[in-house]
Design a protein around this ligand. Structure first.
Ligand code: PRX
Length: 656
């Protein structure tokens, strides 16, 4: 976060209590109700979650033990049998929800579809049978590389239905990034589309899959299933590739949901860390079902008549938990939108709100800031009166953006839930419950009931109010990741040993700094590790550096984030070249293109600076702190005594 943002957040004192009408009708109606729930959960977390699991979900077989905690490995609802696709579909068919819209989908070119629960159940069951016919079995991993079309949700639910873990890869990732993930997850099948519409052009997906699989580079993949979306010409490899619509023909819609063990893997989703390649975050069935269900219900205060819209992409955890699983498990109507905010259509989000009467709207601060720039006239020209609750996720929201959201989009009547969480946590961890907790612009406020969050120093001791520290969680929760796919040691090291375990007590820490104020409100400051947050997307500095270094002209690269008004952070890369190469405008462009082709457009550096040398300590470690100062155009602050060659700094200053 920029220094200016931190300053304004530190001085933020405004308090916005929920309106009485909102609270009266909310699931959790008052601060006292919240506190009661919080205290109950804290006193006995297992009993708290077990009661909800029993009340809120269908189980084929009840568990024997609520929590088996062998730190840092947790098992929830041991020996329970459940299927999340049953909870998202079948159980609604015997209620009034049967013919309710499950998914309302709006394509970028303006085409649309509404799918009821009964229709979605049918499509999912058919596609699940199609997967089975191709030989996909319980336990086989399925890669999903799709645009934002209903088939993406159908594919996820069909995998869950037959017990095949899915691994969704964001459609904006490159062929290389896709290949790495398919290989790590050992995907047997990839489900994709010919392409998708994004920002007025066609994003080719199938050709990227072809490239990822070239020369048998992802040998586990046997088949590719392709949805026809954009209708451009693509190659279909006979015997390997099948059209989705051909596979759906003449397939039975009778496919009972497989009873899964609560701890069977539901999905593996890759995310960036500060070291190494992206890691496969493993989520399992029962605990994730419960956690995504409860957080959706209480945080978005879902009522029967709500039209709920989360603008994320299913390629990220937000899409998993809050477009697909959480809302459908609750029997809600979830809106899916293929498009993205773009200059050619600055009112696109507000058109969708008006067209479908969206009541609950969940988006990212970067989108809010982009809309602020596009001008108030666009939302003001639409009828947004259906909105009753707003949410944000992905990065700290600056109070100015919060206030704009509150006034211009929410008409000063909608509570805002600023939800802090991560791919690893499965669902929201710190957030206002909208009918209960008065909000402060820029604060994610209070932990969800059952989440024992705290702020500590490196020794695990709680810090004083308003003192910065590490944001940790003291007790396991059902939605927590279970391990890093194929690397339990990395799981232990990354999340549980950064802050030393004491007396066998492990603290979960995944990289954020925060402070707690005198009212117990949490203020998340951002990552304290080498993870960047570009438009709410997580990227490791090392991933971008490896991409740069893989170019033959580059000798060394160091990547830092620089504050950006809209994206939150922008990538600045400092690059030294292999002997004989000269920095030029052309090479600059080529390197940016190279990073895009290695990772994807989200990793395109905003700036590349060529330099003779990078500032390093005597032990050879790049001093990123200094580069961050330089990138932001600030004076270098803090200790420079460990710098090996102080003249490097002067050179970098003049080169800028
Ligand atoms: O730094 C925090 C930031 O996003 C990181 C998690 O990124 P990812 O796993 O991609 O998940 C994003 C969507 C859940 C966190 O470590 N972050 C997320 N939400 C917030 C946030 N920072 C501040 N406030 C938030 N509401």
């Amino acid at each position: 976060m920029s220094t200016a943002n931190i300053e304004s957040i530190l001085q933020e004192k405004r308090l916005f209590p929920p309106a009485a009408e909102f609270s009266q009708n909310a699931h959790i109606k008052s601060a006292e109700d919240y506190q009661r729930l919080y205290d109950k959960a804290k006193a006995n977390p297992e009993a708290f979650w077990a009661e909800l699991a029993e009340q809120e979900l269908d189980w084929f077989q009840k568990w024997d033990t609520v929590l088996d905690w062998q730190p840092p490995f947790a098992k929830w609802f041991v020996n329970g049998k459940i299927n999340i696709s049953h909870n998202c579909l079948d159980r609604h068919l015997t209620t009034a929800n049967k013919n309710k819209a499950a998914i309302i989908w709006e394509g970028e070119p303006g085409d649309s579809r509404t799918i009821t629960y009964a229709q979605l159940h049918r499509e999912v069951s058919q596609f699940a049978n199609a997967l089975k016919q191709l030989g996909v079995k319980k336990g086989d991993t399925v890669g999903i590389y799709m645009p934002m079309i209903p088939e993406a949700a159908v594919a996820m639910l069909a995998c869950a239905r037959i017990g095949a873990p899915h691994s969704v890869v964001f459609g904006g990732f490159s062929a290389e990034a896709l290949r790495d993930r398919l290989n790590d997850a050992k995907a047997k099948v990839v489900i994709t589309a010919d392409g998708g519409f994004r920002k007025d052009s066609i994003v080719a997906l199938k050709p990227q899959v072809d490239k990822a699989l070239e020369n048998n580079a992802a040998p586990s993949v046997e088949n590719v299933l392709v949805v026809q979306r954009t209708k451009q010409d693509i190659e279909m490899q006979s015997g390997r590739d099948y059209w989705w619509h051909d596979l759906q023909k003449d397939v039975s819609a009778d496919c009972p949901a497989e009873p899964m063990d609560a701890e069977d893997v539901l999905f593996v989703l890759y995310t960036s860390g500060s070291t190494g390649k992206p890691k496969g975050v493993v989520h399992t069935t029962g605990g994730y079902n419960l956690y995504s269900h409860m957080t959706t219900k209480w945080i978005f205060d879902l009522q029967d008549t709500d039209v709920y819209w989360c603008t994320a992409d299913v390629g990220w955890i937000t899409g998993h938990s809050y477009i697909v699983y959480g809302p459908l498990s609750n029997g809600a109507t979830t809106v899916m939108y293929e498009g993205a905010p773009r200059k050619s259509n600055p009112g696109c989000f507000w058109d969708v709100v008006e067209k479908y009467g969206v009541t609950v709207f969940y988006t990212a601060p970067t989108a809010i800031r982009a809309f602020i720039k596009m001008g108030d006239e666009h939302p003001k020209a639409r009828d947004l009166s259906s909105l009753r609750l707003l949410g944000t996720v992905g990065e700290p929201i600056n109070p100015e953006a919060w206030m704009w959201y509150h006034q211009v989009i929410g008409g000063e009547k909608c509570p805002i839930v600023d939800t802090w969480w991560q791919t690893e946590t499965g669902g929201v961890m710190i957030t206002p419950l909208p009918g209960a907790i008065p909000t402060k612009p820029g604060s994610a406020t209070r932990p969800f009931p059952g989440i024992l969050a705290d702020i500590v120093d490196l020794d695990g001791n709680p810090v004083k109010d308003n003192e910065g520290g590490y944001l940790v969680v003291r007790h396991p929760w059902p939605g927590m990741m279970r391990t890093v796919y194929g690397d339990p040691d990395r799981f232990r090291r990354t999340y549980w040993e950064h802050i030393a375990p004491k007396d066998g007590k492990y603290l979960y820490f995944a990289g954020d700094g925060a402070r707690k104020d005198e009212d117990g409100y949490f203020w998340v400051m951002g990552r304290v590790d080498d993870v960047l947050n570009i438009s709410g997307h997580r990227l490791g500095t090392m991933e971008v550096e490896s991409a740069l270094v893989s170019h033959p002209a580059v000798a060394e690269a160091a990547v830092v984030g620089k504050p950006d008004e809209v994206k939150g952070e922008e990538i600045v890369a400092f690059v030294t070249l292999e002997g004989g190469n000269q920095g030029s405008e052309e090479l600059n462009k080529e390197l940016k293109k190279h990073v895009v082709s290695e990772i994807g457009a989200i990793a395109r550096p905003g700036e590349i600076r060529f330099t003779d040398a990078l500032p390093k300590t005597r032990s050879g470690k790049i001093m990123r702190r200094l580069l961050r100062n330089l990138a932001a155009g600030q004076e270098v602050s803090g200790d420079t005594s460990t710098l090996e060659d102080i003249s490097v700094l002067d050179k970098l200053r003049t080169e800028a």
